[in-house]
Design a protein around this ligand. Structure first.
Ligand code: TYM
Length: 322
């Protein structure tokens, strides 16, 4: 493995195309994608984790639409395909090939420690192999690009740790091949709460979609569970602080103690003011789906070149090519 210290650090992250992204995805991860890309400090890779989503979405039409929608979402938040590589995981077969190689060095007891696996067991769910193996594919996603930094929300921290462990194990068996990636998790937005106070998540049905219409925002905000007997409704405040400066907001909440209607109406206005320009940009981008498909196709060619180079290095290390 040879590092070029003059080169920019490599940043990679992905989102599953399992339906509309929500403000938890945005503040926890996608906003960082935009900020870190525009810092100019990183060589950025953002992808659509469609094979990870296949564990949840098993309908071709839905998968096609969700994937295209997520590509449009990436563009709408400001990821410029000329500055970052935006691609679809399934276009780069090196991800699954590397995952298959990693399967041979990862043990089952080790994967049984994954939070997602333990949760599924606790809920008595029948677990498919894709879900069990989820951290291994994710390690392949990350390690294939010699990634330095992985911006994610708190719920993905363990997965990045798996990637580090797998890299270390591979390196110790076959020689220095992979860099050890670091998660980048921003305090204060590591776990964005949903309208019921639990972590915002599609599976809890407690989300505010990132590109929500004004009506959807109003409906979601009005159903935020107000938990407080003694003043500031924490659930409302904790979502509101994503959109407004903390000090000013605190004063506003103190001035309006107990007036939930006023507080919620202000929150609707602030969320809408933030989302409106994103929503409008998204509508424009969605008019030209062909261009979006073209962007993915073009980046697949470039990304395959890079990924395949790394895969050759790996195959040499394990002794399957001469
Ligand atoms: P996914 O699609 O579930 O979520 C995308 C990103 O959003 C973050 N996130 C949150 N952050 C803060 N608060 C929340 N309530 C919240 N909900 C979601 C997630 O942490 C994530 O960063 N396994 C990944 C996709 C993936 C990936 C990768 C990511 C596949 N391969 C390689 C990074 C690197 C996932 O399911 O994200």
């Amino acid at each position: 493995m040879c590092y070029n210290y003059l080169m920019k650090k490599i940043l990679l992250s992905g989102v599953k195309p399992t339906g509309r992204p929500h403000i938890g995805n945005y503040f926890g991860a996608m906003k960082q994608f935009v900020n870190l890309l525009s810092s100019g400090d990183f060589d950025c890779y953002f992808f659509i984790a469609d094979y990870h989503a296949l564990n949840f979405i098993q309908n071709a039409e839905e998968m096609r639409q969700n994937t295209l929608d997520l590509a449009i979402d990436y563009l709408a938040i400001g990821l410029d395909p000329k500055k970052a590589t935006l691609f679809k995981q399934s276009d780069i077969s090196a991800h699954t090939e590397l995952s298959c190689i990693f399967d041979t060095i990862v043990t089952m007891p080790y994967l049984m420690r994954a939070h997602a696996y333990k949760d599924a067991v606790a809920k008595d769910k029948e677990i498919n192999v894709g879900t069990f193996n989820y951290p291994v594919l994710m390690a392949a996603d990350i390690l294939l690009y010699d990634t330095d930094v992985v911006p994610v929300g708190q719920d993905q921290k363990q997965h990045v740790e798996y990637a580090r462990d797998i890299a270390q194990k591979f390196n110790s068996i076959f020689g220095e091949t992979f860099k050890l990636p670091e998660p980048l998790i921003i305090e204060g937005v590591a776990t964005v709460p949903g309208i019921d106070g639990r972590k915002m998540s599609k599976s809890y049905d407690n989300t505010i979609p990132l590109f929500a219409s004004r009506e959807e925002i109003a409906k979601a905000v009005m159903s935020i569970v107000t938990d407080s007997g003694a003043g500031i409704p924490e659930n409302v405040f904790n979502i509101h602080r994503l959109f407004k400066d903390g000090k000013e907001l605190k004063l506003f909440y103190e001035k309006n103690i107990g007036k939930y209607k006023i507080l919620k109406e202000a929150l609707i206005e602030d969320i809408n003011a933030f989302i409106e320009p994103l929503r409008e940009r998204r509508v424009e981008l969605a008019k030209d789906e062909k261009r979006v498909i073209e962007i993915l196709k073009e980046s697949a060619v470039k990304t395959n070149e890079k990924a395949n180079k790394k895969l050759v290095e790996v195959k040499r290390a394990i002794g399957v090519i001469y």
